[in-house]
Design a protein around this ligand. Structure first.
Ligand code: HPA
Length: 267
């Protein structure tokens, strides 16, 4: 596996010669952040050796290299989900490659259903912790070059980056919520009792991504900032649809963009 990661990283290095400092995974409806990146290079996933190919509607697939908020970033436009049928190590493959390319921090964004009844549709939730209910991506032989067999998970999301987000949000008049993200396999949205169960175990929002990538990042010692757009009020008993998730994601884009750009400027 490590050889594949290294091969892919050297292919990219030869192609783009650009050392990114920050990696960004753009989730549902957040593709618009790309419009703010001063793009230096862009590589479609299907031209990158060993990369899986994204299948979900609304997720384009390319790796974008450029400058955002004064930092050299590599952004994944389109991510890989466990529910698409990828093996867990395929889901996190790009994160491992980005680390090999030199990133020092990982930003992840996603859309989620709000379980905390004080949340409103459209809120941005800083992910402060997670409960991973997707098979753990680190199951199997450990690769010590990537990280330890038993990685610490006491600070899955960086407290320093959370504090920075709070500062930037206050300055820009952006309201933030904070909470625990429950990562499920999907692709079904939850039954009413499942939403209730996730609330009972301490979840504030639920989604179908992110926890595998964060586990892989923490395994490699990368600090992570995670942010989630609450796209549906999961506790309301109303129907959840993919269209609603996309629409609310698009509406929150402006706030998300200023928050992330503001944070990058200060890092
Ligand atoms: N459940 C799971 N994933 C989601 C949801 C939800 O309610 N909303 C957006 N992604």
């Amino acid at each position: 596996m490590i050889e594949k990661i290294k091969n892919t990283a050297s292919f990219i290095n030869e192609k783009v010669a650009f050392e990114p400092e920050v990696g960004i995974i753009l989730g549902t409806g957040l593709g618009g952040l790309v419009n703010h990146i001063e793009i230096a290079h862009s590589l479609p996933y299907n031209e990158i050796p060993n990369f899986p190919i994204s299948t979900v509607e609304g997720h384009a697939g390319r790796l974008i290299f450029g400058t955002l908020g004064g930092k050299r970033v590599v952004a994944m436009q389109g991510r890989f989900h466990y529910y698409e049928g990828y093996a867990p190590e395929q889901v996190v493959f790009p994160v491992r490659v980005m680390k090999m390319l030199g990133i020092k921090t990982l930003f992840v964004s996603n859309a989620s259903g709000g379980i905390n009844s004080s949340f409103r549709v459209g809120d941005l939730m800083v992910i402060t912790d997670h409960i991973n209910l997707i098979p753990n991506v680190l199951i199997g032989t450990n690769c010590p070059e990537l990280g330890p067999r038993f990685p610490d998970m006491s600070e899955p999301y960086s407290k320093a980056l959370e504090a920075l987000a709070t500062e930037v949000a206050a300055e820009n008049g952006i309201k933030l919520q904070y909470g625990c993200y429950v990562g499920t396999t999907g692709p079904t949205f939850e039954t009413p009792k499942e939403y209730g169960y996730f609330k009972a175990i301490g979840g504030d929002a639920v989604g179908m991504s992110t926890t595998p990538e964060v586990i892989a990042a923490r395994h490699m010692g990368l600090p992570v900032f995670g942010i989630s757009i609450i796209t549906n009020a999961a506790f309301s008993g109303q129907k959840s649809t993919h269209e609603e998730v996309q629409q609310e994601g698009a509406k929150a884009e402006k706030r998300m963009t200023s928050l992330i750009m503001g944070m990058l400027k200060r890092m």
